[in-house]
Ligand binder design. Structure first.
Ligand code: 0RA
Length: 631
């Protein structure tokens, strides 16, 4: 009997792992770069869980030259005792059973149902090989797996003075399209985690390049806010910090006003960046508006006859981090980064209201700086509204006269029409000649579009490039935005594959994200992908869109093939531009996701900060990242 049930359990385990390998996307989201990096984050999250309950102080993440990753921590070590039900050590079960959580769950705010939290067995299943080493009770033990199947049972390999877990794995190239880890992606997530968990030291090493970083922020999210505001002019020296707990929901927030015009609120639930927002953000916003208005009235910054400050007013120039920890998060939305738990809204609202009111009462000088900032924003907004009313009466946004630079298409059905936004007049000229004018319209954009971060709405509306764009799109912006008026259902950004191109693309995505968000939510915005190379020999020509394609093209054409690297759209003649980038039959386009837009908006705010020096630094160290914005 005993044996029969053991076999049954074993079959179940194998079936579970097969399911993961059959549908990896269900467990790690996708098999592209995002899914690949999830493997590392899943393992790190387990160490972070151990840190959140106070047993782990140091986590080291190392990318080795062979492409494997090691995550090492000094926690209690995954339990190694024999589980009667399976007659195997717990760590083996954790590594091979889907959602083995259950009884080994540490009572912390575990990440579940969201991006991560799928369990170590998923990482194991999707790895060519994985090794786990556990230090506990004076000894070190090891087990090894291949594609999820155990090949070396847990056995003692030596003595150990401390405790901890070390997991090394190599992602399976049969599963993932690309098994190359991107150091920038790993590093920035580890940095976030260090800000969010101030008691933990995180080391990052990339042995492929020699890169080494240490993240440890004793100030936690206060330092996070200071980091974001490094290039900005702040209106009060220290960020405001509040924290509280109610009904098993832990809430922490740090806030600091700057003289920028953008709102820069980043929210996290159990360390996951909720870029799509959710109930915690709604509660936070409601509380902020109410607290600021109550304080302003109570302290006579606002007279009784004066209108209340709006949400936009109190968020203008605000940089904030909101971090909540809850036990059963429900993640929703396109990228599963929107918190759905309805009870959290009221809990965050009442806690933030109480703690923030108390802070303002106790710090009148900081309070005054914040309130004056919001009042200024309200006055500016009123002026902008009047300016807009004026322009609306003049009718320029609704006007039927399209910009002169727009080469429109003949098709009138928006669902069949495309608008190409092209960098520079010369590429614009080629695009006009190369396009299919039946359904493709071209709008060349000259120079850098207005810096929308630093300008208010009234200024943005006055900018000629932005006005051309808005008029061509037909939708209006912000409060006046109307998706049904869109003149094109495909809006395609076509820029050079260099830093300037990346910059313009970032600006456009930010503009869409902040002022025409439904365009992105509906999936109307695309990024054209011009080829990187032309490989030719005799009459044969092959366009390559990636390094990999270039290599196989060279192989295909054999010795003597010439490789031309395209630096800009301008190097292509109209016919080539059509063939490679605009012809719906052959082109490659990428639809812009909310995530892309958020990332652009984040880059944008750092890039466009006030201090010129840090901006230069940023561009040189992040040029690659900016270039790869759309990958
Ligand atoms: C379950 C229970 C305990 C620790 C862990 C899991 C644990 C898992 C991982 C994964 C990576 N690092 C980890 N560190 C700890 C508690 C065991 C005890 O009570 O001693």
């Amino acid at each position: 009997m005993e044996d029969a049930s053991y076999d049954a359990d074993k079959i179940q385990v194998l079936e579970g792992l097969q399911a993961v390998r059959k549908r990896p996307g269900m467990y790690v989201g996708s098999t592209d770069s995002r899914g690949l990096h999830h493997l590392v984050f899943e393992v790190v999250d387990n160490s972070i869980d151990e840190a959140m309950v106070g047993f782990c102080g140091k986590i080291e993440v190392t990318v080795s030259a062979d492409g494997s990753v090691t995550v090492d921590d000094d926690g209690r070590g995954i339990p190694t005792g024999i589980l009667p039900k399976y007659d195997r050590p717990a760590v083996e079960i954790v590594m091979t059973t889907l959602h083995a959580g259950g009884k080994f769950d540490r009572k912390s705010y575990k990440v579940s149902g969201g991006l991560h939290g799928v369990g170590l067995s998923v990482v194991n299943s999707l790895s060519e090989w994985l090794e786990v080493r556990v230090r506990r009770e004076g000894k070190e033990q090891r087990a090894r797996f291949e594609r999820g199947v155990i090949v070396e049972h847990l056995h003692v390999v030596g003595e150990s003075s401390g405790t901890g877990t070390t997991i090394t794995f190599k992602p399976d190239s049969q599963i993932f399209e690309d098994v190359n880890f991107d150091a920038d992606i790993l590093s920035s997530r580890l940095m976030d985690l260090a800000f969010l968990n101030k008691n933990v030291v995180i080391m990052f090493r990339d042995q492929r390049s020699g890169r080494e970083e240490k993240f440890h922020y004793e100030g936690g999210i206060i330092e996070f806010v200071q980091h974001i505001n490094k290039t900005k002019t702040v209106l009060h020296e220290r960020p405001i910090y509040i924290s509280g707990e109610r009904d098993n929901v832990l809430i922490e927030a740090a806030l600091q006003y700057t003289d920028s015009y953008a709102e820069n609120i980043h929210t996290f639930v159990n360390n996951i960046n909720t870029i799509e927002g959710g109930t915690h953000l709604i509660g936070f916003r409601t509380a902020l508006t109410r607290t600021m208005n109550d304080y302003a009235r109570k302290n006579s910054f606002l007279r009784e006859s004066e209108e209340s400050l709006s949400g936009d007013d109190v968020r203008e120039g605000l940089t904030a981090i909101l971090s909540v920890k809850i036990s059963e998060p429900q993640f929703e939305g396109q990228t599963k980064t929107k918190l759905g738990n309805s009870e959290v809204r009221g809990i965050v609202d009442s806690t933030v209201y109480e703690k923030l009111s108390q802070f303002l009462d106790e710090n009148p000088r900081v309070a005054e700086a914040c309130i004056r900032r919001a009042i200024l924003a309200a006055q500016a907004r009123e002026a902008a509204r009047k300016a807009r009313e004026l322009t609306r009466r003049k009718g320029f946004l609704e006007s039927a006269s399209l910009p002169g630079k727009l080469a429109d298409c003949t098709e009138k059905d928006p669902a069949k029409s495309e608008l190409y936004l092209v960098e520079g007049d010369s590429a614009g000229g080629s695009a006009k000649q190369g396009r299919n004018r039946d359904f493709q319209a071209i709008l060349p954009l000259r120079g850098k579009i207005l810096n929308v971060e630093k300008a208010r709405m009234d200024k943005i509306l006055k900018n000629a490039e932005v006005r051309n764009l808005i008029t061509a799109l037909g939708t209006g912006i912000k409060e006046d935005f109307d998706l049904s008026k869109a003149r094109y259902h495909r809006i395609i950004i076509m820029t050079d594959a260099d830093v300037d191109g990346a910059h313009i693309r970032t600006l456009l995505l930010t503009l869409f994200f902040r002022y025409m968000r439904p365009l992105i939510d509906t999936g109307y915005v695309y990024i054209a992908q011009p080829p990187l190379y032309k490989v030719s020999k005799g009459n044969n020509e092959v366009y390559a869109y990636t390094e990999k394609e270039r290599a196989s093209a060279v192989e295909l054409l054999g010795k003597g093939a010439t490789i031309q690297r395209y630096k800009g759209l301008g190097e292509m003649n109209p016919h080539q531009l059509w063939e490679t980038t605009m012809n719906p039959e052959t082109r490659v386009m990428k639809v812009v996701t909310v995530e892309d837009a958020v990332r652009a908006a984040q880059l944008f705010s750092v890039l466009m900060g006030d201090a010129v020096m840090p901006r230069k630094d940023f561009i040189s160290t992040h040029a690659k990242e900016v270039e790869n914005l759309d990958v």
